[in-house]
Design a protein around this ligand. Structure first.
Ligand SMILES: Nc1nc2c(ncn2[C@@H]2O[C@H](COP(=O)(O)OP(=O)(O)OP(=O)(O)O)[C@@H](O)[C@H]2O)c(=O)[nH]1
Ligand SMILES: [Mg+2]
Length: 382
């Protein structure tokens, strides 16, 4: 089977080239925009990947002899995933790999395309492509990375691919930023059940009291779960800070008034299932009961894509300003997590990385969240 990529300023123009070269029986495998450099570049044209039953020996030999260059082909069909701006004669491939390896990767990629599994990974190299797949990075982001590595060309040797991809990914998490405590004096943490809200509050309180020497108080409005108030009280005792229980928005406002001399007041809430709209709605009154309450949404790093989306969507009725990503240590699919964070543009402020209070918490970093997606399997185990 012959698989080729045709480009044009419009899809119709590219399809006309397909028809001219492969005839009406050609099978269209994929249509995709060609973007300007950068993750969010504007579409400047289109590519159509098409296949026909014709044998492809002759054109492929031609490509090999030219060292995977497009220049010799002029306006002829381009081999899939060859670099768009390759110089006229290049002894090695654009990604710096030996030609044999690169061609083998391209052939595998063509086979995947022909089988309808088409995420392009030819420039990433097999190891990295496999790691990204294992870590469940969404296919469209894998394709963007592949494209970025392809565009970087020979400037990027194999050892630089992972850090390069981490930087590209980090640019996509533009809302990740550590908490600005100078603007956050009253923090109310919401989220689904068991996600780690109470321990995150205890960790934040520990950081503020022990490291930053701030005056902190805690309030819980979780009068729902048996043992919830005792759990927070135990942490408050350990840190030697005051804690109050508030059952209604009016009581919360009253407690906040009593704690007006505290630098920071951290407010714990009962876990709410995203399936229970009414109970999430109840939290609105608590968020609005006093001015200057910042709302943080706690999301588990190990949640599935649909589960994550349901949480973000359900809690979006509240004035959420920032997010905590909890249980990062239990996250076996950092690529999936990355996809969720980017898709929902979550302003992640902290991540928690274990059960230990107060140690297992860190300010959120786009670079770190991205590095987890691309680090080599050896580094990931270490
Ligand atoms: N592995 C791991 N476990 C965590 C982390 N954060 C919290 N946990 C554990 O998750 C469990 C639930 O934590 P809580 O803080 O009680 O969760 P919650 O959201 O307050 O729960 P509810 O109030 O019942 O909705 C506890 O066993 C915590 O130790 C984390 O970062 N990593
Ligand atoms: Mg709790």
């Amino acid at each position: 089977m012959l698989v080729r990529t045709y480009s044009g300023r419009t899809v119709a123009e590219a399809l006309a080239k397909v028809r001219a070269h492969l005839g009406d029986a050609a099978l269209i495998i994929e249509t995709r925009p060609v973007k300007e450099p950068g993750l969010f570049g504007r579409a400047v044209g289109y590519e159509v990947v098409a296949a026909s039953d014709e044998a492809d020996d002759e054109p492929r030999r031609q490509t090999t002899a030219a060292g995977v260059t497009l220049a010799s082909l002029g306006s002829e069909p381009e081999p899939a995933y060859a670099p768009r701006s390759a110089p006229a004669s290049v002894p090695a491939t654009a990604s710096g790999a030996p030609i044999d390896q690169e061609l083998a990767a391209i052939r595998r990629q063509l086979a995947r395309l022909a089988a309808g599994q088409g995420t392009p990974t030819g420039f990433l190299g097999e190891d990295l492509a496999r790691d990204l797949e294992d870590r469940e990075l969404p296919a469209e982001i894998v394709a963007e990375l592949d494209d970025a590595v392809g565009r970087a060309g020979p400037r990027l040797d194999a050892s630089q691919r992972r850090p390069f991809c981490a930087s590209v990914l980090a640019r996509g998490l533009d809302r990740v930023t550590a908490i600005d405590w100078s603007a956050c004096r009253r923090l109310l943490v919401v989220g689904p059940t068991g996600v780690g809200k109470t321990t995150t509050i205890a960790k934040l309180a520990g950081d503020l009291v022990l490291k930053q020497k701030r005056k902190v108080a805690m309030i819980t409005i979780d009068t729902y779960r048996v043992g919830a108030t005792d759990q927070l009280k135990a942490y408050a005792d350990l840190l030697d800070i005051p804690v109050e229980i508030a059952a209604t928005p009016a009581q919360l406002a009253e407690s906040l008034r009593r704690f007006s001399d505290a630098d920071h007041v951290l407010i714990d809430t009962a876990g709410r299932s995203p399936a229970d709209a009414a109970r999430v709605h109840e939290l609105k009154g608590f968020c609005r009961c006093a001015p200057g309450i910042s709302v943080m949404l706690a999301c588990a790093a190990n949640a599935g894509r649909a589960e994550f989306a349901a949480v973000v969507e359900r809690f979006s009725i509240l004035p959420v300003e920032m997010a905590a990503v909890t249980k990062l240590d239990e996250c076996a699919a950092p690529g999936r997590l990355y996809g969720c964070l980017r898709r929902h543009r979550l302003p992640v402020a902290v991540v928690t990385t274990g059960q230990e209070v107060p140690a297992d918490i860190a300010p959120a970093s786009a670079q770190d969240l991205s590095a987890r997606v691309v680090e080599s399997a050896v580094a990931a185990v270490a």
